[in-house]
Write a protein that binds this ligand. Structure first.
Ligand code: SF4
Length: 364
């Protein structure tokens, strides 16, 4: 059997109780024990046997799985990614806040080596629950945040700003500051914007929620201090001008992945194996993925052969895309130009059809 240098393995076995309006992964119910521990171990053993480096990750919301701590330990047991930081655990808090004994869950995570929880608040209760489309979601994440310090954990809290939650940013800073930190006395905060990815959710977000400089005026000093430069530097028009200016050094990496070297697979609860037509660094998303087969029915040999033989689609360069689709007049803000490249590729895909279905059926 062919051997790869690395395999990134997304185990879509936990689902998510939320349906966030910016979710790049398409998180949504159902959730729970979509795959048990024994089957997960078998899947990991399979892929570990053909890869020098395995990078497993449980999707979508790990705490939605009733055996989340054991799954976390299992992933760590099979991972030999030198860059993975197992002291950091990202969660929306659901399975912790709703456990019989939330503190015991956090203490078990702490015992595995977790020291910091990454949590995303989209605003105060009303906006957060609206944004993630679940009543009670804010209470779950905030209860989890407040229990961290007593359980020896620090927090890193994200705030993704949109057109409707700007007024909630300073209350967010006050809230998080009150949490303190278990290890260093500080609770970290991050102010960001969701990247665009070709998906119905992100298309709607782009049209209705992605902020413009005028929307962020009330928190201009926070944004400029954290991101550098001015608000206007982050508009689509500004990025297009820079990409098309020969005197500007802005350059984006182009499709870097070597197919014979590694792969980024998705495993779902039915043991179906999918791969994306996108370089992994652009993140995992459902659009355009191809199904290489079923691990139980077809075996890993066939999956790897299909991966190697797959004719991955080739996209125009970032400059070509900017020339064709870039809108110099757009004041929609993007934190980085990779987000805009994905937006323009979405346009390109709409003109050229969905990408690559060389060996198997396209996903729904
Ligand atoms: S909590 Fe995370 S995985 Fe779930 S829908 Fe939101 S962004 Fe997606």
């Amino acid at each position: 059997m062919a051997r790869l240098e690395y395999i990134k393995l997304s185990l879509q076995i936990a689902g998510c109780p939320n349906t966030c309006r910016h979710c790049k992964d398409g998180g949504r119910p159902p959730f729970g024990a979509l795959m048990g521990l024994a089957d997960t171990r078998w899947v990991l053993e399979q892929f570990r046997s053909v890869a020098d480096m395995l990078l497993p990750c449980v999707y979508f919301e790990p705490t939605a799985h009733p055996e989340m701590v054991a799954l976390w330990e299992l992933s760590r047991e099979f991972s030999n990614d030198p860059e993975m930081d197992w002291s950091v655990f990202s969660t929306n808090g659901y399975g912790i806040a709703n456990a019989d004994d939330p503190e015991a869950v956090l203490q078990r995570l702490h015992a595995t080596g977790v020291r910091r929880l990454v949590l995303t608040l989209h605003g105060e209760r009303q906006h957060h629950d609206w944004f993630v489309r679940r009543s009670g979601a804010f209470d779950d994440i905030w209860q989890t945040a407040r229990l961290c310090a007593p359980c020896g954990l620090s927090t890193h809290s994200n705030f993704y700003v949109d057109r409707r939650n700007v007024a909630d940013f300073e209350p967010f800073l006050d809230r998080v500051a009150a949490l303190g930190g278990a290890t260093d006395g500080q609770a970290e905060t991050y102010l960001g914007l969701p990247d665009f990815l070709p998906s119905p959710r992100l298309r709607t977000y782009e049209q209705t929620l992605r902020p413009r400089p005028a929307d962020l005026e009330p928190i201009r000093h926070h944004v400029c201090e954290r991101w550098g430069g001015d608000l206007e530097d982050y508009t689509e028009g500004s990025w297009v001008s820079r990409l098309l200016d020969p005197a500007d050094s802005l350059a984006l990496p182009e499709q870097p992945r070597d197919q014979a070297k590694g792969a980024a697979f998705i495993v779902d609860a039915a043991f179906d194996i999918y791969e994306m037509p996108w370089p992994y660094a652009w993140s995992m998303m459902r659009h355009g993925r191809v199904r290489h087969g079923n691990l139980r029915a077809d075996g890993l040999d066939a999956i790897i052969e299909r991966h190697l033989a797959w004719e991955r689609p080739h996209y125009p360069t970032a400059t070509e895309l900017a020339q064709r689709y870039g809108d110099r007049n757009s004041d929609l803000m993007h934190r980085n130009p990779m987000s805009l490249r994905a937006k323009w590729i979405d346009r390109w895909l709409a003109e050229h059809g969905s990408a690559g279905t060389a060996h198997a059926s396209a996903s729904p």
